[in-house]
Write a protein that binds this ligand. Structure first.
Ligand code: MN
Ligand code: MN
Length: 423
């Protein structure tokens, strides 16, 4: 008799004899899987405080460092349910393209499948390091995370823009507007770029060297009415990120670039450090920067700071998907996608989160330092609706008939949106 057949026979015999036979045959290796079946009594889905119940053990293999960073995936809240698509990806998992004067990496829809509307790029430039003159179809929103940079652009009326930006400053290059970024002293810069298309690819932008290399010198000569040899030294391969010396004096470069045509009428840079927070509560603060404050931007942003224990309140955005970038601290987000399905994922520095349009969510600071993150939207106007606003401004009788929380509780909800719940 083959081993398989022998086992089948034993199982059949056990089924016929019932649980008494199971106890008698406890030395057999096939007993354990049967414990959870009907003949061992009702199945118990235990969840213990220390996760040591029999059904919670894990003999491995395990990736412990990753598990420790993602406790809400290993042991999710009991309210989580169903198959919510992943809404997290980390820049730490992205391929880093390293060049002589810095590096870059990106998180796009190719990495995070649900992030259809927005893509992000991290970049580091040395002092003097240049992200080559280029343009792209998408708008480029940016925040300086470290250091100093010189940025340049030219609009469709040949009006120029040249500015220096520092940590915390933003810029916006409209679609199709050619631009450059250069690291300044003392140690260059690091920044995050946000594009209004999840399919954006930083490695496929229109580069000035790449274009000229693929244009006959005779055509360039005719275009500028100069000898073809003028273009002998144009690099044969794209520069992309390259090392050079520091730029000239800002005022002098601004004046030279603006000759005859002037400067762009609305600045491509914005300094959040000069604005008051949009909301402040004991739990933290938020700065909302959309086209009302920064007129050139088709991308709106909220810069959120949550104190330890702080909660970005239950809400959703009726006009756009939300793309998040975690700058500092530790947190977790719970997303409810209807049909009883909800999921919680953990976030930390360098992580990207994503929330589809009108899907409700909230974010908690789970660390012991401030949690700072960006909420980015492919829309010039920031919009949200909070659960608290909805409950406060719906007839309380009707709301209480749904939730049974008591009229007193409903009357006490602040009439104005908190954004961040007081700790
Ligand atoms: Mn760009
Ligand atoms: Mn949100």
């Amino acid at each position: 008799m083959s081993k398989m057949k022998e086992r089948d026979t034993k199982l059949n015999r056990r089924k016929m004899l019932g649980s008494a036979a199971v106890a008698a045959a406890s030395a057999l290796t096939v007993v354990a899987p049967l414990r959870a079946s009907a003949d061992a009594g009702p199945f118990q889905n235990q969840q213990s405080g220390d996760h040591n119940a029999p059904n919670e053990t894990d003999p491995g293999p395990r990736n412990l460092p990753l598990a420790q960073e993602n406790p809400d995936s290993v042991w999710s809240p009991k309210t989580d349910n169903g198959s919510v698509k992943p809404f997290k990806y980390s820049f730490a998992l992205s391929h880093k393209r390293i060049e002589a004067a810095g590096w870059t990496r990106q998180v796009t829809v190719r990495d995070l499948a649900i992030s259809k509307d927005i893509a992000g790029v991290e970049m580091r430039l040395t002092a003097g390091g240049v992200r080559e003159l280029h343009w792209h179809v998408e708008a480029e929103w940016a925040i300086m995370l470290y250091g100093n940079a010189r940025i340049t652009a030219v609009d469709h009326h040949a009006r120029s823009f040249v500015d220096d930006v520092t940590q915390g400053d933003l810029w916006l290059f409209p679609p199709g507007v050619p631009h450059s970024i250069q690291g300044l002293g003392p140690d260059g810069c690091r920044f995050l770029l946000v594009f209004d298309d999840g399919n954006f690819d930083e490695f496929h932008t229109f580069l000035i060297t790449d274009w000229l290399t693929h244009t006959p010198k005779e055509v360039l000569a005719k275009n500028f009415n100069v000898p073809a040899s003028t273009f002998d030294k144009v690099p044969k391969k794209e520069l992309f990120i390259f090392q050079t010396g520091l730029p000239g004096d800002l005022k002098a470069e601004q004046a030279q670039a603006a000759e005859a045509t002037g400067t762009v009428p609305k600045s491509y840079s914005f300094r959040p450090s000069t604005m008051k927070p949009t909301k402040v509560t004991p739990g933290g603060e938020v700065k909302i920067i959309d086209s009302k404050l920064f007129p050139v931007t088709p991308i709106s942003a909220a810069i959120v700071t949550l104190k330890p224990g702080g909660l970005r309140e239950l809400h959703w955005h009726p006009n756009a998907d939300e793309w998040q970038y975690y700058i500092q601290g530790k947190g977790r987000m719970t997303l409810f996608i209807a049909g009883s399905d909800a999921r919680t994922m953990d976030f930390q520095e360098g992580d990207v989160g994503y929330v589809p349009i009108s899907n409700p969510h909230y974010i908690e600071n789970t660390g012991d330092t401030d949690l700072v993150f960006l909420e980015m939207f492919k829309t010039p106007e920031y919009q949200d609706i909070s659960l608290a606003e909805w409950m406060a401004h719906t007839p309380h009788l009707l709301m209480n008939q749904h939730l049974q929380v008591g009229m007193q509780m409903l009357d006490a909800i602040p009439k104005e949106e908190m954004v961040i719940t007081p700790v």
